[in-house]
Design a protein around this ligand. Structure first.
Ligand SMILES: CCC/C=C/C(=O)SCCNC(=O)CCNC(=O)[C@H](O)C(C)(C)COP(=O)([O-])OP(=O)([O-])OC[C@H]1O[C@@H](n2cnc3c(N)ncnc32)[C@H](O)[C@@H]1OP(=O)([O-])[O-]
Ligand SMILES: Cc1cc2nc3c(=O)[nH]c(=O)nc-3n(C[C@H](O)[C@H](O)[C@H](O)COP(=O)(O)OP(=O)(O)OC[C@H]3O[C@@H](n4cnc5c(N)ncnc54)[C@H](O)[C@@H]3O)c2cc1C
Length: 672
């Protein structure tokens, strides 16, 4: 019998649970968006986990890349079946948002890395929904939803990912046959990166430069069959393969794809926003030229809650482990303290919890605030698209970047054992670090937001009305913001800081233009400050949303849950105020005395949160099967689990490895 089966819950964790002073389940319901969502989520998790299909015969870490991929495909098929047949009545699959979050979360019980079907549900299906006419949708969507075909999204090429307008794949219309001819004219035009493209998908959405009647109309999406539906062989004219090992995503078979004058029917162009008629006439339908970028905007919004979820996992692991780990002896007459008692450890971990809450609540706020806008957009009114694009761009950039930084911090907080794959943290880091790049690189997206902020600043200057998320920019034209250490006061200071930074950028650009630079050159030389201004804007938006959502959600909660949630949202404000002291000195009246008081208040807040820390992370309600962690399991038996995992290593299957006879022994004997 393994040691694990004999042991009780670690007494330190039991003690932490006993001293938690709020109702954990109440907080879980709030984070899930209501008790009924929690009940439904648990049912879905039960169905998935009780099926036993998520279990691997031996640890994934010890499989070869090919075995890992094949195992992931096996589990993806089982999971897809569960989603279609067992979850459907519980989730209402027609909607995204909370339902897809639940499915996404449950999928983690199956995959330590990712499913090769991720792009199918994550981008292929949403692009069909967003870019097809209703006729096209009624043909493609049922086939995709029933998993009769498997698709992916191939936009990025070897030569271009960020600069979509620079893509080189061509789709040239031939009116004789009423077909598009897809072609990859150069090596750099080969599609590169699409998840599931290497071996799994038989269809994909290809973004290509559309040519008709000798004219280029820019990039457009096409549905392209790449493999035979029966044999799965690549079709003539298609070159497809897998791109090789990566830092993470190693079960996602990211692929490359090239076309040699490959023909597809005319109606495989996704024609909701633009059409090519039979005779080759190009007709623009959409009122906004960037509606073809819609799937990216949708996924960027999804990535905010993805960042929150991964942070929740990392801090559950690191906080539980910090409660059972004892190290050093600061007081000679007492035992070694739990490392969670060190203020520096609390500084590393509690901001991670607060950020998980901040991003989760900001993401629900974003969906709620913009659901009306999304409906308007479906009806053709795109007036609010620029604001939505600016907001989703900066939220995606900042949330994924914060999550990657804080997950790495959780690894530091777990010391050496955090470096073990079995801790669960390396997988999380490798996954989240990619989210900072894909679906729009951090810097590039913040520069998109900066573009919007500069325009909004010019509107404020001209006393024109401003859209809600930038209405604070008028603060740039008032006196220095008086420092006020209340939560509302700090949010106002963050807004003043962002307004001040945008104003500084605009003034610098104008100065540079006066000194002879062109507008493009003045912009380029100001981009470091523009990125910083956009980050400050995003921080102000998140802080404001987090604070107001906390107030809204705790209006009827029990007093202790309210206190816990307020403590965390205040911690987020104090933490970022202290991180941005230099900027606050520039743009608000904060004094040396205020800074000292703020630091003290922050440290006191860490101590207040400490007794409930384990309870707070347990409100994320992450089962062991989702955490995949030796350090963060519910029973807190980290050492037994580490040893158990070590004993499962193939390296321990024989007392002497053959390399001893082949290499070590001859070398040592020769040296006698
Ligand atoms: C599991 C893993 C899955 C991963 C999948 C992937 O990664 S898939 C691959 C993911 N790949 C990526 O994410 C690639 C990232 N790259 C991009 O998204 C674009 O190339 C770009 C946005 C950087 C520039 O685009 P550009 O050169 O065409 O544009 P521009 O800069 O010249 O600006 C012109 C105007 O357009 C506006 N506008 C722009 N976008 C939007 C929008 N979505 N909506 C509304 N508006 C938008 C912009 O604000 C500006 O407005 P203004 O000021 O004139 O009123
Ligand atoms: C795990 C993973 C999965 C992916 N899955 C898919 C997929 O399924 N489908 C798909 O189509 N793509 C996919 N991608 C590709 C991804 O979308 C791109 O890698 C991403 O958009 C970044 O583009 P890039 O690689 O061209 O980076 P680059 O643009 O070359 O970035 C390199 C550097 O240049 C900087 N830079 C670039 N342009 C500017 C600028 N204008 N101003 C300032 N700095 C700039 C960037 O900030 C960055 O520091 C995936 C990528 C990864 C890592």
């Amino acid at each position: 019998m393994s040691q694990l089966e004999k042991m009780e819950v670690n007494p330190d964790l039991a003690m932490e649970r006993a001293k938690c002073n709020f109702n954990i389940m109440e907080l879980t319901h709030i984070l899930d968006g209501g008790e009924e969502n929690t009940v439904r989520r648990k049912k879905i998790e039960d169905i998935a986990l009780n099926s036993g299909a998520s279990k691997d015969a031996f640890p994934e870490e010890h499989m070869s890349p090919k075995e890992k991929y094949e195992n992931a495909v096996r589990k993806s098929c089982i999971f897809a079946d569960l989603v279609k047949n067992d979850f459907a009545h519980l989730t209402g699959l027609e909607t995204f948002g909370i339902n897809s979050n639940v499915i996404r979360r449950t999928a983690d019980a199956f995959f330590k890395e990712v499913s090769p079907f991720l792009l199918h549900m994550g981008m292929f299906v949403p692009t069909i929904m967003g870019q097809c006419t209703s006729d096209q949708m009624s043909y493609w969507l049922p086939r995709a939803m029933a998993m009769q075909i498997i698709g992916t999204y191939a936009q990025t090429e070897l030569g271009h990912g960020t600069f979509i307008r620079g893509l080189e794949t061509t789709a040239t219309y031939d009116p004789e046959t009423e077909e598009f001819v897809l072609h990859s004219p150069t090596l750099s035009s080969y599609k590169w990166w699409a998840g599931g493209l290497g071996n799994t998908a038989n269809y994909c959405i290809v973004v290509a430069q559309l040519y008709t009647k000798g004219e280029c109309h820019g990039t457009h999406p096409f549905i392209v069959q790449i493999r035979d539906e029966d044999t799965h062989m690549p079709l003539p004219g298609i070159t497809v393969g897998e791109i090789g090992p990566k830092m993470g995503f190693n079960t996602a078979d990211n692929g490359f794809l090239g076309f040699d004058h490959y023909r597809i029917p005319r109606d495989h162009m996704m024609m909701k926003n633009a059409q090519v008629l039979k005779d080759g006439t190009y007709v623009k339908v959409a009122r906004h030229g960037k509606l073809t970028y819609g799937t990216m905007v949708f996924v960027r919004v999804m990535l905010v809650s993805e960042a929150a979820f991964n942070l929740a996992k990392a801090c559950t692991i690191a906080v539980r482990y910090s409660a059972i780990r004892r190290q050093s002896k600061p007081k000679p007459d007492e035992g070694e303290p739990q490392i969670l008692d060190y203020a520096t450890q609390q500084h590393k971990l509690f901001i991670t919890i607060a950020t998980a809450h901040a991003l989760q609540l900001s993401s629900s706020w974003l969906w709620r605030s913009f659901s009306a806008v999304l409906t308007e957009m479906k009806e053709g009114n795109t007036d609010k698209l620029p604001e939505f694009h600016a907001l989703s761009s900066c939220l995606k950039a900042v949330s994924t970047s914060d999550a990657a930084y804080l997950i790495e911090q959780c690894r530091h907080a777990c010391g050496g054992h955090g470096y073990m794959i079995s801790s669960g943290i390396p997988h999380l880091y490798n996954f989240v670090s990619a989210t900072r790049t894909y679906e729009g690189d951090y810097t590039v997206l913040l520069l998109q937001t900066a573009r919007f902020l500069v325009k909004a600043y010019e509107q404020a200057e001209a006393k024109q009305p401003l859209t809600p998320t930038v209405s604070y920019l008028k603060l740039a034209f008032t006196r220095k913001e008086p420092w006020d250490s209340s939560p509302a006061g700090i949010v106002r200071s963050f807004q003043a800081l962002a307004a001040g930074k945008v104003s500084t950028c605009v003034k610098n650009m104008r100065k540079r233009m006066r000194s002879g630079l062109s507008e493009v050159e003045a912009w380029e030389t100001s981009t470091i400050q523009l990125v910083s201004a956009a980050e400050a804007h995003c921080r102000a938006v998140i802080s404001d949303a987090y604070k107001s959502e906390t107030e809204r959600l705790t209006a009827n909660s029990s007093p202790n849950v309210k206190i816990v949630m307020e403590q965390l949202s205040t911690l987020y404000l104090y933490y970022w105020a202290l991180e941005r002291i230099g900027d606050l000195l520039l743009y608000t009246s904060i004094s040396e005395k205020d800074i000292v008081e703020l630091q003290t208040a922050y440290e006191e807040l860490l101590q207040k949160i400490r007794p409930n820390a384990v309870g707070i992370v347990e409100a994320f309600d992450l089962r062991d099967e989702l955490l995949h962690s030796t350090l963060g399991s519910y029973d807190g038996r980290a050492y037994e689990r580490l040893m158990d995992e070590a004993l499962r290593s193939p390296m321990n299957k024989e007392p002497i490895n053959q390399s001893y006879y082949k290499y070590l022994r001859p070398m040592m004997k020769a040296n006698l």
